[in-house]
Design a binder for this molecule. Structure first.
Ligand code: OXD
Ligand code: MN
Length: 581
């Protein structure tokens, strides 16, 4: 066994006896290994070569059409006590879950190769990083983990040197049968078992399973935060550096914000990208939160990515990227809705494109590409100390009510804001509020334990870090009564970031409202922006009646988490209620 770590050797042996693969391959992470796997996948049709002149090193993978997304209803947290998983998770007793999964894994790798992937989440030399080993029978998973994590021999050496715990992830694509598909997490055992899906969020176990569900549990025990947040760097014309972490529910433009290009008027300002999806933050000796991006790549949604919405993303996708479930053009370039005016000829299922059959690319089609390919990539993504966080932003998609930007009164108020982030599922063009789905800290599908305890952990960070960042909410998605977006979004979101920086620097006062602090007239830079005064005012109007209803709705929402909800955030809600009276 090519490892000196006794527990790793024992576990790999145990898994091999259960799953009975023909071959066991320990991944080294070398370029030769990458090439050999690519050739194998091309031979088997698991990779399709894309136009190597326009897209060198790019390949297309078509998944089983029934295996295109995360499966929240088949995702379980298996804590000994049901209560500890909370109403926010599906739960199964650990014994029952192990028995169910081991029955599925029994002999499932016969005729296949079992890949053992040691990986490190975060820079290999960072004290904030954590390691895991994923065992899988999917070469597609190996090739994705190569881009998404620091994988191979250096990670194995770190695991051996630490000679302690590592996260054990066992994955098999099984028969790709939706009836035989489960993603189980055993936080106490630092173990993940995933069967029956090859889709990223279900199969790349370093990502949502380890870096969020298992890590959130570890973070709570150890006094840090594992969050569903992008991390961006911001450099002012004076050369001052800031870092912002921001949580948005899926499909609210996180990747776009992480790679924002400031508008023309913002000469001298620069945005850099540390990460677009996950952020681990730990209190430093200076009392600030220091953050790393545990990932080494992007696994982003392709539709809507274009030279207008996200030029940086588009630029990184023309080399060494894996595309999953996109369409292809006549000259074999990858294509997706919203990309450009090329015409697709083959849809994501490999059929001749016919608009009557729906979109050419699957709406959840993805790209996988190394962080370093991004033109706005920040060198700080490799800093073992991480980056100090100056502000935390929570965003949702609300057509009404929620202002463009709002600063929390204090940390506990910020926790309340994060805990009650929501997105509306229906357009509210009539002025009526749509269906509101709360997604606390954008962690609803990813928190590995009871949300009440999670909110308390956030509140308790005040005891661990004396210099916590300011907290803000943003909402880019307000609509007018004609259903039109009131704020241009994209690059112009820089204007909101600038106001946030001014607040951090104490350069501007803010308007104190019942729900938080908002920009005073003139402090939000709208120079050269096509927005009228009424629209701008409406973006910051506090509709007292609407907010009273919102507070009542939040009461009901928090009641779902019973008496584990911290008193501190109930007090903040009560303060808001009184201010609105
Ligand atoms: C993701 C998600 O894929 O949040 O990042 O769904
Ligand atoms: Mn995500």
């Amino acid at each position: 066994m090519p490892t000196t770590h006794p527990e790793l050797a024992r576990w790999v042996d145990e898994v091999a006896r259960l799953t009975r693969p023909d071959i066991i391959h320990w991944c080294t992470g070398s370029p030769e290994e990458a090439d050999a796997l690519t050739r194998l996948m091309l031979e088997k049709g698991e990779f399709i070569e894309l136009n190597q002149e326009t897209h060198p090193g790019c390949y297309l993978h078509r998944s089983d059409p029934q295996d295109v997304a995360r499966v929240e209803h088949l995702t379980f947290i298996c804590t000994p006590e049901k209560e500890d998983a909370g109403p926010n998770n599906h739960w199964m007793a650990p014994d029952e879950a192990h028995a169910k999964m081991d029955a599925l894994f029994d002999g499932c790798m016969q005729g296949r190769t079992m890949y053992v992937i040691p990986y490190c989440m975060g820079p290999i030399d960072s004290p904030l990083s954590r390691c895991g080993v994923e065992i899988t029978d999917s070469p597609y998973v190996v090739q994705n983990m190569r881009l998404m994590t620091r994988m191979g021999t250096p990670a194995l050496r770190r695991i051996e040197a630490e000679n302690g715990d590592f996260v054990k992830g066992l994955h098999s694509i099984g028969e790709l049968d939706p009836e035989r598909r489960f993603i189980m997490h055993f936080p106490e055992e630092l173990t993940i078992k995933s069967y029956g899906s090859g889709y990223g969020g279900n199969a790349l176990l370093g990502k949502k399973c380890h870096a969020l569900r298992i890590a959130s549990h570890q973070a709570r025990n150890e006094g840090w935060l594992a969050e569903h947040m992008l991390i961006l760097g911001l450099e002012s014309p004076e050369g001052k550096q800031y870092h912002i972490a921001a949580a948005f529910p899926s499909a609210c433009g996180k990747t776009n914000l992480a790679m924002l290009i400031p508008p023309q008027e913002y000469k001298g300002w620069k945005i850099t990208t540390v990460g677009d999806d996950i952020c681990w933050m730990r209190p430093g000796e200076d009392g600030r939160l220091w953050a790393i991006n545990p990932e080494a790549g992007f696994f982003g949604v392709t539709p809507g990515t274009s030279a207008t919405t996200n030029p940086n993303a588009l630029a990184m996708l023309d080399k060494d990227a894996i595309f999953t479930n996109v369409a292809v053009t006549a000259d074999n370039q990858p294509w997706w809705e919203g990309k450009d005016d090329q015409v697709p000829v083959t849809d994501w299922k490999g059929q001749p494109y016919n608009p009557d059959n729906g979109p050419a690319a699957h709406p959840n089609s993805r790209f996988t590409v190394a962080l370093k390919r991004c033109p706005s990539y920040s060198e700080k993504a490799e800093d073992p100390q991480g980056v100090p966080i100056d502000a935390i932003i929570f965003g949702g998609r609300r057509a009404t009510l929620v202002p463009l930007v709002n600063e929390a009164r204090n940390w506990n108020h910020g926790v309340l804001m994060g805990a009650t982030v929501a997105s509306e599922t229906t357009a509210a063009a009539t002025g009526k509020v749509g269906v509101v789905r709360r997604d606390p800290m954008a962690m609803k599908p990813f928190c590995g334990y009871h949300f009440g305890d999670y909110f308390q952990h956030w509140v308790n960070m005040q005891e661990k870090a004396k210099n916590l960042p300011k907290v803000f909410t943003v909402n880019w998605f307000r609509k007018d009564t004609d259903g039109r977006f009131m704020w241009p979004g994209f690059g112009d979101n820089m204007r909101v970031l600038e106001w946030i920086i001014k607040r951090i620097e104490g350069q501007v006062e803010a308007e104190s409202t019942p729900i938080g602090f908002m920009p005073k007239t003139g402090d939000l830079n709208t120079d050269d922006l096509d927005i009228d005064a009424d629209t701008l005012a409406a973006l910051f109007t506090v509709d007292s009646e609407g907010w009273r209803q919102e507070v009542a709705d939040i009461d009901d929402f928090l009641a779902e988490y019973g008496d584990r909800v911290p008193e501190e955030i109930r007090v903040e809600l009560e303060t808001t209620r009184q201010k609105l009276a």
